[in-house]
Every structure is written in C-alpha cells, then in structure tokens.
Write a protein that binds this ligand. Sequence first.
Ligand code: ZN
Length: 382
Amino acid sequence: MGRGVKLFRVLGIQISLDYTWFIVFGLVAWSLAQGYFPITIPGLTTFTYILVGIISAALLFACVLIHELSHSYTSNKLGLDVKEITLFIFGGVAHLTKEPEDPITELKIAVAGPAASVALAATFWLLMHLAAAISAEPVLSAVFGYLAMINMVLVVFNLIPGFPLDGGRILRAIWWKKTGDLQKATQVASQVGKGFAVLLIGFGFFQIFMGNFIGGLWMIFIGMFLQQAADSSYKQLLVKKTLETIKVGDAMTRNVVTITEDSTLSTVVEKHFFGYHFVGFPVSSVRQAHDTSDGRITGMLTLNNVRLIPKEQWDTTLARDVMDNISPDAILRPEDNAMDALSRMISLDIGRLLVMDNGKLVGIITRRDIMKLMEFKADLGV
Ligand SMILES: [Zn+2]
C-alpha cells in the first residue's frame, strides 16, 4: 500500500496522500477558480479567484480528513487498530488491520464519518450566515457557503448504499445483523455498489453529450473508482475467508536455519545470507555445555540490521549486538490461521513471524509463504 506521500500523524494515525490526489486537488482548485467562484461572487481579480480556489480546495481536503478521522477514531475506540489513512479527494481508505467482528461495530464506524460531515456542513452554514450578518467580505460567506454545500455532497455521496462506501457498509451491517451471513451481506452491498457505479458512469456520458463536459467527466471518474472499489473489496473478503481456513502450521517453512548469538556478521553474511538467500534468520542463545536443548530464540537478524553496520566492522560485530528483539506479538502458534499471521505482519510491519510450539521454534512464516499457498490453492481450484 506504499502508493502515496506520508504527511503527518493525528491521534496516533499516519495520514498519507495517494498520488492521484494531487491531480484531483489541482482540478478542484482550478474548477473553483474558473467556474464556481466567478459565478457566485463576480467582479474579483483572477488572482483572488485562484487564491480562493486553492484555499477552498485545501479546506475541502481538511473536511475529508475530519470525516476519515471520525471513522478511524471510532474504530480505535471500538478496539480495531487503525494506523494509517490514505486520502483520495472524495474520501479515504483507512488501513484496518482487522475487520469489524460484529454488525453493530461496523454500523457505528460507518455512521461516524457522515455524522462528522453533517456537523461540518452545519458549522459552515452557520458561519456563512454569521459572515453575512456582520457584513464581512462577500468572499468569506461564498467560501463558507461552498464548504457547507460540498460537505452535504460528501454526506449524500458517501451514503449511497454501495459497498465500500459508508452507505454500503450500513447496508451490509443491517443485512449481516438480519441474516448472520457476512459473505452474502458483502456480496449484496458490493453488487448494489457496482449498480450505482454503472448508473453514475452512464449519467456522466449523458452529461457530456448534453454539453457538461467537466461535470460528466467527474461522474465517470467517480463511477469507475466506485466500481473498482466494490469489486476489490468483495474479492478481499473472499481472500480473507480462504486465509482463515489455512493453518500457520501448514503454510510455514519447517527446519528453520538459525544463527547463534556469538556469530560475527562476516560469518553470517557468508554462511547464511549468501548460503540460503533468506532475508532474515532467528538468533538463538549460545548452547551451554550442560544444555541439551537447541538454545533459546533471543532475536531476529535481518539483512537490514547488517546493512546498517559498515563492512569494516563485520569481523568484530556479533549477531546479538545488532539483532532485533522479538515481541511476543511476533510469535504464532501452528494452530493460528494465515489471516492472523497476515494481519500481525501488517500491524507490526514485518515480513516474517516465528512459529513456536511450547516454547520451541517449529517454523517460520513469511508473506511469501502465504501468497504461495494461496496461489497453489487457486491453481488447483480449491
Ligand atoms: Zn466515510
């Protein structure tokens, strides 16, 4: 999901911008400066229109951000971990590490965004009237008026009952609550989403034929986005279902090669990294003379750890000096499922997890292991 620019953190959540956002931001600012504001408040200079266009587009961005933060804040409150939001202009994608486990949680999260947008619309509507009442610059009430309107547009758009829009999530939650069948509920909501997308694209072409080129293009653009999102979110659920049936014990690599704590980096690079072509190895404590066990796993040494040390020091640096500690979260049991493994990898941002059985290392599982098994299953049609 690295497609974007990292911006800043709010409430512990990393905010990123998708690259397409820059194009859309430019388009919004331009259409405001060229069309909307010259019509609403005529008689200002081109420079003023451009300035007001950019400021309004930036405020629109802030409103979309508040909408998304409202979803994420609610998610975090309800125990779902949201660490990152990627913003598109008409919404964002919160990177959920897990999906809501019951319909009521889903419903609360889905409603939180539109509720924030309604509050924003009301606030800007009041500000617009306030600005008019104290006879401030007409430009001010025009901007407030635009923001009140656009927030209501966001509410209406997001409440379209097609998954993965908020309205679609609400529909899915209600269906899910009624039937108890999440998969069917998702299928229905994403079908409705695709239906709306097709309508929107059709209406967009109609608008273009009627001479409203920009407006029509917008609708086609949003419709295509919606269609793709509806499709991929249903597929995601199917993948998730499949992952839940795979046991970590079946997907993991057995016979794990370990490094001892007192190996030098030169040895490790030569014997392990070059010898086995893995990018990470578990590190075990040095076996004592009276100890019959294989040694305790005390850390993990990855290519990144080695890369940080200058080559001249490889002869004198030991594995234990540069290895990463292993957090208890990064350890799985063979009976855990592949979905648990994948969501832990995402939330810890690491590519491999150790599999332990009664304190003994029995395997290691990577994203690649999981993907490979998924591919095999798909190839064999199971
Ligand atoms: Zn939303």
